[in-house]
Write a protein that binds this ligand. Structure first.
Ligand SMILES: Nc1ncnc2c1ncn2[C@@H]1O[C@H](COP(=O)(O)OP(=O)(O)OP(=O)(O)O)[C@@H](O)[C@H]1O
Ligand SMILES: O=P(O)(O)OC[C@H]1O[C@H](OP(=O)(O)OP(=O)(O)O)[C@H](O)[C@@H]1O
Ligand SMILES: [Mg+2]
Length: 285
């Protein structure tokens, strides 16, 4: 029987959450991180532990069928590779920053200047689009130090909380792209393995949808029910059950996490009491 081959980052920021997603979709991996390759016990899946930056080439060559990878790395090295799922973690930006004392306020002020980066293709594409030229210095890490040691006038690197920029006396002047972990696919995946991928994607969507939603239970006086139900769309419509206390009902529904607090405020204003919010593990719609 054919096995689906998935690449995950061997170690680093993506590893833990990538393995957690596989666990959440019910796949248990024999612990073989040291072996660089491991098999799933209960699904036809092989896990390859690789460097994030090497994964686009492995996908292109068909060495692996799918991968959990930073979108920024795909934009830098694998724009030809399709993304089939956005996984919602490792969110970051790729930005241009300059020393706080610099007069440069936007990309235009960097014409002819030196930019240090680990993302040369991303920077070059952006410069070309804006009809600018700059002198790129490609370095593989600790990019934020480059202006302080006189190597560059600006940098282009990953920004998340902004604390690395702050600690190095830099300010962001341009966001080139926003990134998160994604599921990417090899153009060489076989038909047989695509069927396995469909199963993985179905399960991942159920987990992601669950993570973005909350199960809400509340008590409401019956005369306020109509108003309260209007605030709660639910998966189909809210469940309404009578309470032992005559004149009261229990209302159950599902709410998107982004809207949660606004809806709770409205529910309270409409007379809802005893509001409980519970996590949802999986949600199949
Ligand atoms: N500070 C951050 N906050 C959020 N996400 C980040 C941050 N830094 C990196 N990432 C994301 O996590 C991915 C992996 O980053 P990490 O630093 O672990 O590895 P890397 O050095 O880019 O890759 P490699 O595995 O090739 O060594 C990045 O490609 C990016 O998508
Ligand atoms: O805005 P912040 O929250 O400070 O995050 C940004 C920093 O995080 C990443 O480095 P990382 O810690 O992964 O180290 P690395 O350069 O060794 O990969 C990235 O290269 C930035 O330096
Ligand atoms: Mg890093």
């Amino acid at each position: 029987m054919s096995k689906l081959k998935i690449a995950v980052q061997k170690s680093g920021r993506l590893n833990e959450e990538s393995m957690q997603i596989l666990k959440n979709i019910g796949i248990s991996i024999d612990n073989g991180k040291e072996q660089l390759k491991a098999s799933a016990r209960n699904f036809p899946l092989e896990v390859f532990y690789l460097r994030n930056g090497d994964i686009p080439q492995y996908l292109r060559d068909g060495v692996v069928d799918i991968a959990i990878i930073g979108e920024n790395v795909l934009i830098e090295k694998g724009e030809d590779l399709p993304i089939v799922e956005r996984l919602g973690f490792s969110k970051c930006k790729v930005s241009i920053a300059v020393p706080k004392s610099s007069k440069a306020k936007c990309l235009r002020d960097l014409e002819g200047k030196r930019i240090a980066t680990s993302y040369p293709n991303t920077v070059n594409q952006f410069l070309e689009k804006n009809k600018l030229t700059a002198d790129l210095h490609v370095i593989s890490g600790s990019v934020e130090i480059a202006p302080n040691i006189g190597l560059a006038d600006a940098i282009c690197d990953i920004v998340s909380s902004g604390s690395t920029l702050f600690k190095n006396g830099l300010k962001e002047i341009e966001v080139l792209l926003k990134s998160e972990a994604v599921l990417a696919v090899s153009p060489k995946i076989s038909e047989e393995n695509r069927v396995l991928l469909d199963t993985i994607q179905f399960r991942m969507r159920a987990v992601l949808k669950g993570q973005n939603s909350k199960y809400v239970l509340l008590n409401a006086p019956n005369e306020k029910l109509a108003q309260i139900i209007k605030l709660l769309p639910g998966m189909k419509s809210p469940t309404v059950l009578p309470l032992d206390d005559k004149g009261w009902s229990s209302v159950h529904s599902v709410i998107n996490e982004n809207e949660l607090w606004a809806v709770i405020d409205a529910l309270k204003d409409s007379g809802a009491q005893g509001i409980l919010v519970c996590p949802i593990e999986k949600m199949v719609v």
